[in-house]
Design a protein around this ligand. Structure first.
Ligand SMILES: [Zn+2]
Length: 168
């Protein structure tokens, strides 16, 4: 988020102030918490914006800018050493790997190309012999808990039908 929004408040451009994660379309008005709906704002702007959308607040371009995804490479460059340094500080053993080493290990161990086999092959500490005790792989998918929004709105912003309280 900081890289994407140049470490500034997206509304007033303030720098070197505490920045808050801000929903461009507010949660209360069906806005999601996806990166494409998030920006950074200083306390003053965040409070002034309230439950307005960025467009209603007078900043129609922010929505467009938010939709531009960070390229994977940019994202990795921006975060990789930060992640590494934070892990180092825990005192746990930390090891770096490269895609090339992973591939080399996978070929050396004669394993098929698959995400879970690649995971075994990351890093210099990959042993020379791997014993697999199972053939089944557990696939887990995050499904979310449903919407924060409790009612549908019509195009004028009036409530139209209410959602049940239950979440799955
Ligand atoms: Zn601001």
């Amino acid at each position: 988020m900081l890289e994407k929004w140049n470490r500034k408040c997206a509304y007033c451009g303030a720098e070197n102030v505490p920045l808050e994660i801000e929903h461009i379309i507010p949660k209360a008005r069906h806005g999601t918490s996806r990166v494409s709906n998030l920006t950074l704002a200083c306390r003053t702007c965040n409070e002034a914006k309230g439950t307005k959308t960025a467009e209603e607040f007078g900043y129609p371009d922010i929505q467009k800018q938010a939709r531009i995804p960070l390229r994977d490479a940019t994202l990795v460059t921006a975060t990789r050493w930060k992640v590494y340094n934070v892990l180092e500080k825990t005192g746990l053993e930390v090891e770096c790997g490269t895609g090339a080493r992973t591939k080399m290990n996978r070929i050396r161990l004669n394993l098929p190309k698959d995400h879970h086999f690649d995971a075994i092959c990351v890093g210099a500490s990959t042993p020379d012999k791997i014993t697999l005790n199972t053939n089944s792989v557990l696939h887990i998918k995050a499904k979310g808990r449903g919407s924060h929004c409790r009612t549908n709105l019509d195009k004028y912003g009036f409530p139209r039908g209410y959602f049940a309280r239950q979440k799955r």
